[in-house]
Design a protein around this ligand. Sequence first.
Ligand SMILES: Nc1nc2c(c(=O)[nH]1)N[C@H]1C(S)=C(S)[C@@H](COP(=O)(O)OP(=O)(O)OC[C@H]3O[C@@H](n4cnc5c(=O)[nH]c(N)nc54)[C@H](O)[C@@H]3O)O[C@H]1N2
Ligand SMILES: Nc1nc2c(c(=O)[nH]1)N[C@H]1C(S)=C(S)[C@@H](COP(=O)(O)OP(=O)(O)OC[C@H]3O[C@@H](n4cnc5c(=O)[nH]c(N)nc54)[C@H](O)[C@@H]3O)O[C@H]1N2
Ligand code: SF4
Ligand SMILES: [Mo]
Length: 732
Amino acid sequence: MAQALATGADGSHFTYCRLCEAQCGLVAQVKEGRIVKVGPDRAHPVSEGHLCVKGPGMVSITYDPDRVLTPLKRTGAPGEFVPVGWDEALTDITARLKTIVDRDGGGAVGVYAGNPASFATLHYGYASAFGRALGPAKIFNALHVDTGAKNLAQELLFGSPVHWTFPDLEECDFLILLGANPMVSHMSIISEPRALHKLQAIHERGGVVVVDPRRTETARRFEHVAVRPDSDAWLLAAMLNHIFAQGLEARDVLDGRTVGWTQLRDALRPITPEIAACRCGVAADAIRDLAERFVRARTSACYGRVGTNRGRYSTLTNILIESLNVVAGRFGVAGGWVTGLSPIANPDAPPAFPAYGAQRSRIGNFPLILSYTPGGTLADEITTPGEGQMKALFVDSGNPVHSYPEGDKTAAALEQLELLVSIDFYMTETSRHADYILPAMTFYEREDLTDLWVTNATRPWVQYTPPVIEPQGEARLEYDIYDEILERMGRPSLFAALGTEERPRPGLMQAVDAMFRMGAYGDKFGRNPEGLSVARLREEFPHGARVAERVDAAASWSRVRTEDGRARLWHDVTDAELQRLLAEAAQDDSDALYLFGRRKLGSLNSWMHNVERLVRSDRPTLLMHPDDARDRRIADGARVRIATPVATLEVEAEISDDVVRGSVNYPHGWGHQGGWRRATGLPGANINLLASARPEDFEQVSGMAHLDGIKVTVAPLEGEGAAPSVMAAHAP
Ligand SMILES: Nc1nc2c(c(=O)[nH]1)N[C@H]1C(S)=C(S)[C@@H](COP(=O)(O)OP(=O)(O)OC[C@H]3O[C@@H](n4cnc5c(=O)[nH]c(N)nc54)[C@H](O)[C@@H]3O)O[C@H]1N2
Ligand SMILES: Nc1nc2c(c(=O)[nH]1)N[C@H]1C(S)=C(S)[C@@H](COP(=O)(O)OP(=O)(O)OC[C@H]3O[C@@H](n4cnc5c(=O)[nH]c(N)nc54)[C@H](O)[C@@H]3O)O[C@H]1N2
Ligand code: SF4
Ligand SMILES: [Mo]
């Protein structure tokens, strides 16, 4: 096998993409210190040559003329900055931070570590640890717009929010996907770069059913069940109801390994397929058929992703997804619903987080999930006076002004902070409000070890990559920035226990290597000579190393963290949320439409829009059903006004029967402002301005923001009313 080249050396560097869970193997060609080309790594043991446009697209970001390459200091209005040296920036940041912590305590500090931090080694962990090293800091991330309801459901059923449940794609014969579009998003929370091949094989063996309010790219390829936005709880409850009514539950599993299943069964009795059909828009027979195919398949799994996490019943929906897998006897079975092994965490360690409900947020009194403060309360945390009011905030790898509801409220609140530091590549909608923007390294400039997401791989692997090129400009690793701030404040390193006399503040990879060597695949510092270390990965496995043939499905039961090792199928939260669902009035058929989101292949959340090649074909439009458009005299391509009680936006309509009647669809992350000049010049609106950031509008048991299934009205702009003939041309 080829050895790794020195950083920046001419030739082919083997590395991997750190933009989504797939973490595809890449080959970067370097000439005179610059990356000239990036292609697939066909020798990668898992991605085997798979990649998408974004991995190579990241080269354009690395060399983007709009990239922030030195620390920037704010001098005036939002967006007005001058370059300063690192020493000047860190001296001022440390002094201001110290003043705030000495005066108000660590509770006045917040850290927001966004989505990209989950792909860089331990970044999500050390960013939080930096905040907590200063006291009871508030830690925010994308959890409350992404996985939070799933984390909570995992905790309620299996006793641990961090043991992710996922489908074993290798042996699955029948897969239900709710609220996920893997043809575009590449199978979130699961690390399987060849997911589409796996889905195709499952389709051929039995079936892949896509439950979605839009006929997505994935739904077109496989089977589609069109559901109304924010109504999956009805569908899932009725599937379970039918399974119990027919006696199709896995009785031996339920009796032997679970608690509370009879209560669940009894509580679901009122939700028959007929009743659910009126709410979710899926015919009763189709619900029964889906339930029966699920239980009768040789192997099966039911997977839900972001589309199930941001409705008004996101926790209940996720509880029902987990429950359906258990009730059908699919948990901990090859081809079913499984959990994996982290390469760096000790699998026997006690839970690192206080249990759900043990901590609550200052704003909205939400029970914290994994100790994270709901991101939707960020603005109120800054503006609400009293004990624990936030005065200093570090935003690292995130853009909460765009990714959470009511970004204009967040932007205004950011201006009230005494200290806002952003670590980013760009002056974004969020970082333009900072006192300092500190330049970060792209993944081509950084060394990394796969850690978090490879835990959820059906074909487990690990990969270490050295930096391919030297950092551009004065970019630095986030860990080193935090460590220097702590050092300047006279505080120990976050990894002081791993320090030596000569090096009391170990580098990040040194600390991570120690965790990896003691982890599931490690060499245990010589006690397991077959095992791995970062040095061994670097020398012997530049393409990455497979660490197991397959995920150990049966071991999933040993990772259940409830006191008695049994899955909990009944909980107070389930009880209360089911009562709330049953008491809900049916959607009215007034003028309202229900807004939900979509992703595009060339985009990544609120960024990557500054790369010409990626945005060329990526025009944001409001998808609208032909009947809804006709009722409102809206033509294809017309400018329309979309409104909620919170805001009104103008967007372009696209008439399409891909969306279910009564709903509209728009991608998030558009409508730019800031120093990314191409992005700022593009059309599109920040759709999250329409969502509410009032705590009472969040899902109350999880604090999840409500972003899918928001009630809106849509009307043509003056003079944009459609002639009926135009409508007819676009009707199916
Ligand atoms: N309506 C709606 N809203 C959504 C979603 C949706 O589907 N619909 N999806 C939600 C989801 S799932 C997520 S994860 C969130 C994401 O929301 P966030 O995590 O808040 O932010 P991102 O949009 O991912 O922006 C990431 C920022 O980090 C910067 N960045 C990229 N890589 C690095 C790095 O290595 N280091 C540093 N320091 N900075 C870096 C980028 O320039 C960018 O400014 O958005 C959420 N918001
Ligand atoms: N190209 C690309 N890839 C990405 C990202 C990106 O922005 N672009 N983002 C990355 C991130 S941060 C994440 S978290 C993952 C997300 O990966 P996925 O979870 O697969 O996300 P989406 O592609 O947004 O698919 C969500 C689906 O949910 C549907 N949906 C919305 N509301 C409902 C509902 O009420 N019920 C049901 N059943 N469906 C609903 C939407 O129509 C959409 O098709 O993707 C990652 N990969
Ligand atoms: S699918 Fe695309 S974005 Fe995701 S890891 Fe692979 S190359 Fe990167
Ligand atoms: Mo996400």
